[in-house]
Design a protein around this ligand. Structure first.
Ligand code: FEO
Length: 405
């Protein structure tokens, strides 16, 4: 895709990765983009680079606008590989350029590249860079989502280059929110925001709220939010800010997701009466078999739902591996404001349900105990108990949800 004008003399020069389905283990069914931006001003300035596989594409996009040797400034907002690993190719074309980066970013840059001949300037929040008709303001955003992260605000244009924040893993020929909504749908765009937040930013809700408050205190007017992945927000940037604030406050739908796996279908047979009980209490419910679903999608559904049931058979006195993987992934994401319970089946010793609760309590989630266990295969009486368990859990979910209304 060619360079695209964001505003006069400010261009998206990034790349679309239509094919990627595994983004460092996070499944991306819709691909992604690596967005970077070029400002044609008295000092030509590049904001971020792209993943190394796409270096030639961004260089071609830059060449369609100017000679790359004219780039005087390269701002690196974040040093994760998907954004920084073509900087060496760009520096070869403009070796006199100055790189602007945070202190923590520099430490990473020095590990990734031989920077001994590069002119690198450390910036911090409040520092500015005048490039001619425009001024860049740097805003550090440590742990959103790496220690080095920052954003860059183009003052005269009211554009926030927001780096990973407000991004989505969404490959599309549309570059802007209004175009995407017209060609695809608002629901798909919002779903991509939730997916990205759940899998990347869930642990940082309070930091997100604080940073948005800091930006408001700085009195910055924002007309466009241009993230480094996915769609650029120009029609309604407040939409994605409000989505982030809501998610940081623990917003979820009044619904339940059942995340389970099974060996010989006993645990699976439990899910159906449980689901029926939840549904008949008037609460929407979704059932996800972990072995058939990428973890990132299971976690997105977890994040959308106020309540979650985790089901596992006992295997060798332990959790079923996919359930163990889910709980390990979730623990790292530090979920909050969700109510949870466990169920499962066993042949002789049992133990999976107890282990699920240990993990869920370790995460600090609201638990409903003791859950429900079935030996060998659910009998009709067991199924009735599963149904009752579903109804009782749904009632608890509804009560708990009131705390967030
Ligand atoms: Fe898109 Fe943190 O990298």
């Amino acid at each position: 895709m060619k360079a695209i004008e964001v505003k006069p003399d400010i261009y998206w020069v990034g790349a679309i990765d239509w094919a990627i389905r595994d983004f460092h283990g996070y499944i991306t069914p819709n691909g992604t983009t690596y967005n970077n931006y070029l400002i044609i001003d008295d000092q030509v300035t590049l904001l971020d680079t792209v993943k190394h596989d796409f270096a030639e594409i961004t260089i071609e996009n830059i060449k369609s606008l100017t000679d790359p040797s004219k780039i005087k400034n390269i701002v690196i907002n974040h040093i994760e590989n998907d954004h920084v690993t073509s900087i060496d190719k760009i520096m070869e074309l403009t070796p006199e350029a100055t790189v602007y980066i945070t202190q923590k970013g520099r430490q990473g840059l020095d590990r990734f590249f031989d920077t001994s001949n590069w002119d690198i300037k450390i910036v911090k929040t409040g520092d500015t860079l005048n490039i001619g008709k425009r001024t860049l303001l740097f805003i550090e955003t440590p742990m959103l989502h790496w220690p080095d992260s920052m954003m860059t605000y183009i003052k005269e244009e009211k554009i926030l280059i927001s780096q990973d924040a407000f991004g989505q893993h969404l490959a599309s020929s549309a570059r802007f929110d209004d175009d995407f909504i017209q060609s695809a749908s608002k629901v798909e765009l919002e779903d991509s925001v939730i997916d990205y937040y759940a899998n990347i930013l869930m642990p940082f809700g309070q930091l997100i709220k604080n940073k948005i408050a800091d930006i408001e205190k700085l009195g910055l007017e924002i007309e466009i939010i241009a993230p480094d992945h996915g769609i650029i927000w120009r029609k309604d940037p407040s939409k994605v800010i409000n989505m982030y604030l809501d998610m940081a406050d623990g917003k979820a739908d009044l619904r339940v997701v059942i995340l389970y796996d099974t060996m010989w279908q006993s645990t699976e047979q439990m899910t159906l009466p449980i689901m029926q009980g939840i549904k008949e209490e008037g609460i929407d419910v979704k059932v996800i078999k972990l072995r058939a679903t990428p973890l990132s999608i299971a976690v997105k559904e977890f994040w959308r739902s106020r309540g979650c049931l985790v089901g596992s058979p006992t295997l060798n006195n332990n959790l079923f591996p996919t359930v163990g993987g889910l709980l390990t992934y979730l623990r790292g994401l530090r979920p909050k404001n969700r109510i949870v319970a466990a169920f499962g089946s066993y042949g002789w010793g049992g133990g999976a349900v107890k282990q699920i609760y240990e993990e869920l309590k370790h995460m600090g989630l609201e638990t409903v105990e003791p859950g429900i266990q079935v030996k060998y295969k659910p009998s009709p009486e067991d199924k009735q108990q599963c149904y009752d368990f579903g109804r009782e859990f749904a009632i608890k979910v509804r009560e708990y949800h009131k705390n967030f209304e």
